[in-house]
Write a protein that binds this ligand. Structure first.
Ligand code: ZN
Length: 364
């Protein structure tokens, strides 16, 4: 591939989702991430101060030679500060994290960022779902979407995903209880088509699969696909792992391929889908690094540490490189048995009492 301008979203949004090898991806992301670092340092004063704080700003303006070297912003800074690289009047949408444990992240999007995020999300999901919209069973309540205080991450997830389905059926009522008659008639009508099921992991488990189980209801779906996300914390409390989850789904619903995904409101549009071998995959627009919890030194494949997520997408806020509070292990790059290129990894919970070290002091 010979491309001169990797900053052209019209060009890079057309890349095959899992189609660039390590060297090609390095060439693309090095140029794009450097451009984003300069862009945010110029347009977001807090971000410029962060770079100065870690001694990057004069070198010159933090030109990295390898994509692993992009200085990450600690995820919690999006909770403490309204970090944005656009003017107030350009804010098109404000995204908030679900915020079950305290303060919420606030992510500012302009029209271009929102459009690019949704284009990339569409492209990534079409790789898994195909281009045809499928009959869709949503394991949530319609009322979840109606939140007046800005869009929650859950509502944004539901809205984003519902685009990939048709003839939507909400499986739960406003009290998050099973709408059994609606679910039964939906499945009767579409059982031999490729149904798309979507929901958040714990809700799928507790409000749907366990409810079906207690009612003694089983279905015989064919070639259905379930995409679920939202974390395993509550599942681990109930000692349910990925394998148990999949087995129980197949026992209740029939032939369903089950795919977890990982993503965050701070990098909406970038999602890491789980392949048939249980690995979360970086799409071509993203790359990950794992760092030691204390020293923040980069770790090798196979070692567990803090996950850093780099993304080619964010232009309206300095979120192109974020140090998360999630623990992960990178297992390899370009050589997953599923054949998809890029790095692949698994998640291993969150840092306890998360206070990841970083350089937030300069902001106060
Ligand atoms: Zn794979």
């Amino acid at each position: 591939m010979q491309i001169d301008d990797y900053n052209n979203a019209a060009v890079f949004s057309q890349f095959p989702v899992y189609g660039l090898n390590s060297a090609e991806k390095q060439a693309f992301l090095q140029q794009r991430l450097n451009w984003l670092t300069h862009h945010h340092a110029t347009h977001c004063p807090e971000y410029a101060r962060l770079l100065t704080c870690i001694g990057e700003v004069n070198s010159p303006m933090c030109n990295i030679e390898h994509i692993d070297q992009v200085p990450p912003v600690a995820a919690r800074l999006f909770k403490d500060y309204g970090l944005k690289s656009i003017k107030d009047e350009e804010v098109f949408r404000l995204m908030r994290s679900s915020g079950t444990s305290g303060r919420q992240s606030q992510i500012y999007l302009d029209a271009d960022s929102a459009k690019l995020q949704s284009q990339i999300l569409v492209k990534t999901l079409q790789h898994w779902l195909g281009k045809q919209r499928r009959p869709m069973l949503i394991i949530d309540a319609k009322e979840t979407m109606q939140n007046k205080n800005g869009m929650s991450a859950r509502a944004a997830g539901l809205q984003g995903m519902s685009f990939f389905g048709r003839n939507h059926c909400y499986a739960l009522d406003e009290n998050m209880q099973l709408r059994i008659d609606e679910v039964k008639s939906f499945i009767e009508q579409y059982h031999n088509q490729q149904i798309f099921i979507f929901g958040f992991t714990f809700i799928v488990w507790q409000q749907f699969i366990q409810a079906l189980q207690s009612l003694g209801l089983k279905f015989n779906l064919q070639q259905a696909i379930l995409i679920h996300g939202g974390g395993w914390k509550k599942m681990q409390q109930q000692a349910v792992d990925d394998k148990t989850f999949k087995q129980q789904i197949n026992a209740q619903l029939g032939d369903v391929s089950v795919h977890d995904y990982y993503g965050m409101v701070e990098q909406t549009g970038t999602i890491y889908m789980q392949c048939e071998h249980g690995h979360l995959h970086c799409p071509v627009w993203s790359d990950v690094v794992v760092r030691d919890i204390n020293s923040l030194a980069q770790l090798k494949n196979g070692q567990q540490g803090l996950l850093q997520v780099n993304s080619a997408l964010p232009t309206s806020y300095p979120g192109h490189s974020i140090l998360t509070e999630d623990l992960a292990v990178i297992h390899g790059e370009d050589d997953c048995p599923c054949g998809r290129l890029g790095k692949y990894f698994t998640l291993h919970g969150r840092v306890p009492n998360s206070q990841v070290r970083g350089c937030s002091d300069t902001f106060s």
